[in-house]
Write a protein that binds this ligand. Structure first.
Ligand code: COA
Length: 182
């Protein structure tokens, strides 16, 4: 069984980015991103209706970090502490040494290789520091950007589940990708 410890919070650095803990000060950016229909188009999660909802999301993220159950990082560009995206292991199976990676990035920063750079760092942390055996990516079949990102990072498609998720009264399909530790 995997033993996880996110204290002190692991700050990750890449060439252009710093990945740090999400804080209550990030409320405006979190609200902006999670209430944007085009960012959330393929993410079956409730949209925040108010900043209070965004605060709840940030608190939930950090409660889970404190309990060593899951971890999310705020993506920032070096020299600017503003949150431009979120990436993390949103679901972890300690028994299966497996984590599901999830991510979203503000539209102003799309297609500049930012999420690829963040993902490389997070995958390395997941395998080397957390001890995962496999990392999973679960996407909506229409999410070409996310699919390309996973394939670019060596994930392989393992399954297509039909109507395995009920979101806002609609049954959704999902495609499951896996990356194996080397
Ligand atoms: C998915 C997402 C995080 C990608 O972030 P990004 O920083 O724009 O991606 P990158 O620039 O690192 O690109 C990675 C690869 O995907 C490709 N790609 C990215 N966006 C694409 C798009 N809209 N259409 C086609 N390909 C795309 C890039 O070309 C690149 O491949 P390449 O190097 O072979 O050219 C971003 O589109 C996003 O936040 N989407 C909304 C939230 C979401 O759907 N999250 C995933 C839920 S599973």
């Amino acid at each position: 069984m995997l033993e996880l410890n996110f204290s002190p919070f692991p700050i990750l650095q890449t060439e252009r980015l710093i990945l740090r803990q999400v804080q209550l000060e990030d409320i405006d950016e979190v609200f902006h991103m999670r209430s944007n229909p085009s960012i959330m188009r393929y993410i079956p999660r409730p949209r925040p209706k108010s900043k209070t909802d965004a605060i709840k999301t940030i608190r939930m993220i950090n409660r889970s970090v404190a309990k060593n159950e899951s971890i999310n990082w705020a993506i920032t560009i070096k020299g600017n502490p503003e949150l431009i995206g979120i990436i993390g292991f949103v679901r972890i199976s300690k028994e299966g040494h497996r984590g599901e990676v999830g991510y979203m990035l503000d539209e102003a920063h799309h297609q500049k290789g930012i999420m690829h750079e963040a993902l490389v760092a997070v995958l390395k942390y997941g395998f080397n520091e957390m001890g995962f055996h496999t990392i999973e990516g679960v996407i909506d079949p229409g999410n070409t950007a996310s699919e390309k990102l996973l394939l670019k990072n060596g994930f392989i498609k393992e399954a297509y589940f039909r109507e395995n998720l009920l979101f806002e009264d609609k049954w959704m399909d999902s495609v499951h990708y896996t990356l194996f530790s080397k």
